[in-house]
Design a protein around this ligand. Sequence first.
Ligand code: NAP
Length: 126
Amino acid sequence: MTRTIALITGASSGIGAAYARLLVDDHDLVLVARRADRLSGLAEELGSRGAAVEVLPADLATHDGIAAVTGRLAAGDVGLLISNAGAGGYSPLTDVDVADIDPLLTLNAVAPIHRPRRTSRNARGR
Ligand SMILES: NC(=O)c1ccc[n+]([C@@H]2O[C@H](COP(=O)([O-])OP(=O)(O)OC[C@H]3O[C@@H](n4cnc5c(N)ncnc54)[C@H](OP(=O)(O)O)[C@@H]3O)[C@@H](O)[C@H]2O)c1
């Protein structure tokens, strides 16, 4: 049986890690987040259940981090994308540090809509 590869962002904790544990029986996995130690621990746990698990540390509040993920997606073998990484931190606008605005918007709004550019290998003909 061919195993679909699922790429999960925000896999180092919470909902993303839960998705990884949910999918592991019939998916191989690419785990994305900043905390590489947590991703490695999860990869070890899930690898022992028979999945091939890649760890891809990336900060999705940065364009370099987004490029690392779109670069991996461009390989064309990922069949399921769970774009889950994000952060909240709601507070009155007057309390928001201006330096936090761009990274938060990049993480929560820009990263989820970035995709690899279409190539003959990954285009679906539309
Ligand atoms: N739980 C809820 O009730 C709820 C409600 C509404 C929306 N959500 C959304 O659902 C998603 C998961 O929530 P959760 O409760 O599972 O939260 P969580 O436990 O805090 O997990 C967030 C995940 O996103 C990753 N992440 C955060 N900043 C990142 C960055 N700059 N680059 C890459 N990865 C980053 C974190 O990994 P690292 O820190 O290792 O990078 C972590 O794996 C989030 O997008 C959250 O906003 C959750």
